[in-house]
Design a protein around this ligand. Structure first.
Ligand SMILES: *Cc1c(COP(=O)(O)O)cnc(C)c1O
Length: 437
């Protein structure tokens, strides 16, 4: 992909040597709101949702796109996706709570937790949220809770582990025998048989093989196995699935030399075989679900940070900025690449090689290594791209640094959608026992 095209797909461009995001001069936004700051472009969230929606709509009548809330759980982001017709996938009570607060009704939420507690089950059942179970023992527990709450046992779903996973980092591969998620072949039939015996009447099945998948072929192996197990369960246990969930994991081009996710190939390798299964085998007409997180929000957001120090130690030059791994943990946690660009363009300055370093007291606090950028100065502003997924949601207040603000750009206006934390916020839940006062 051409570099300018790559930027354009993220709604970024240089006008008069200044970086614009949507219709906004990024440097000016940095001055107005301070740094570090997460800036989200509403249009991109909508565009990405519709991109996936168009792919599904071209081959299916009935489907649900469940946005994986953990990628970015800001209420405004949830509301934007809700207005586009999105459904939601939650991994915790807190995420369900956020969705309900955003006015999303429980029929649009699926709860794919793992290591569920009884309180998790109670919360989900009381709020009429579909539960996607992760172990056989959880089925016994959830059944008891349904009975003690005297709630009708309607839908139950299991996460199946197809023993083949993929992802951009080992921590993001979520299927395989050694992986904590899902139920393997040896127990999956028992799971559904038992659920049926307990009196559940509607069934779903789910896989999520990993995250940040850019090679669509990686889906193929898992999907072929998945579809045959769906058919086999349906026939052996004797019911028709209400839904078959293919999970998320669609990667995005973080690096300018990466290509966008190939949805044509996804359609061919995943959607068409699913449709063939429905058309040719007697398994009813399950609704297809998918759960994109990263794809919907990553490219919608830049993290803007200001250079405070340029340090040439004689061997290496460090560009010190006010965002660190407290603000964006993906580089240190997964070795993830985030493209970093200055908020202005210099055609005359010479090219340098820099490590972009945060202020956290650990040598691993490097947001970008050996980056070739033209010569920078203290006081300049940088944009760290594609930080709308697993950016703010994974941030912390480590080193007692309050979390950044979040700004939304929408139709030529900018809005604060989350205030920056204050020092008071950092201390607000602490209590000092009397004897220490
Ligand atoms: C994290 C997660 C997703 C979303 O993954 P992305 O890579 O962000 O698309 C979907 N489903 C489940 C169950 C998840 O845990």
């Amino acid at each position: 992909m051409e570099y300018s095209e790559w930027l354009k797909r993220k709604d970024l461009q240089f006008i008069d040597n200044k970086l614009y995001f949507s219709s906004f001069n990024v440097q000016e936004l940095a001055m107005e709101y301070g740094t570090p700051v997460y800036i989200t472009n509403e249009k991109i969230v909508r565009t990405r949702f519709n991109q996936i929606n168009d792919v599904l709509k071209s081959v299916l009548n009935d489907y649900n796109i469940h946005y994986a809330v953990k990628a970015n759980s800001n209420l405004s982001v949830l509301t934007i996706l809700h207005s586009e017709g999105s459904y939601f996938d939650c991994t915790s009570q807190g995420e369900i709570y956020s969705c309900l607060k955003a006015g999303i009704t429980s029929d649009k939420i699926i709860y794919t937790g793992n290591m569920f507690t009884d309180e998790d089950f109670k919360f989900a059942i009381e709020n009429n949220v579909i539960i996607n179970l992760d172990s056989l023992s959880q089925l016994d527990r959830v059944n008891k809770i349904y009975e003690s709450l005297r709630k009708e046992k309607k839908v139950i779903s299991f996460r199946y582990n197809p023993e083949f996973g993929a992802g951009h980092h080992v921590h993001d591969i979520t299927a395989g025998k050694e992986i904590k998620f899902g139920i393997l072949d040896n127990q999956i039939f028992d799971a559904y048989q038992k659920a049926k015996d307990f009196g559940f009447r509607q069934f779903g099945i789910h896989i999520h093989i990993g995250s940040g998948i850019t090679n669509v072929m990686n889906y193929q192996k898992a999907i072929d196995k998945y579809l045959s197990i769906v058919e086999e369960i349906s026939k052996k246990v004797g019911f028709e699935f209400e839904f078959v969930d293919f999970g998320g994991g669609f990667g995005i081009p973080y690096h300018p030399n990466e290509e966008p996710f190939n949805f044509d190939l996804y359609k061919k390798l995943v959607l068409v075989p699913f449709i063939d299964l429905i058309n040719n085998r007697d398994i009813g007409e399950p609704v297809l679900k998918i759960e994109p997180g990263r794809f919907l929000t990553a490219e919608s957001t830049i993290l803007v940070t200001k250079i405070n120090t340029i340090k040439d130690n004689g061997y290496k030059t460090f560009v010190g900025v006010d965002a660190g791994f407290n603000t964006l943990i993906r580089p240190i946690l997964y070795g993830s690449y985030h493209h970093i660009i200055p908020c202005f363009m210099s055609e005359t300055a010479k090219t340098m090689k820099y490590d972009i370093a945060g202020p956290i007291c650990e040598s691993g606090d490097i947001l970008g290594k050996d980056r070739e950028i033209f010569e920078l100065n203290e006081g300049d502003t940088l944009a760290i791209l594609d930080t709308g997924a697993y950016g703010y949601t994974m941030s912390s207040c480590y080193n007692s640094r309050p979390r950044a603000a979040e700004i939304l750009l929408s139709n030529g206006k900018s809005y604060i959608i989350r205030e920056a934390e204050t020092y008071e916020d950092l201390l607000q839940n602490q209590k000092v026992p009397d004897h220490l006062k």
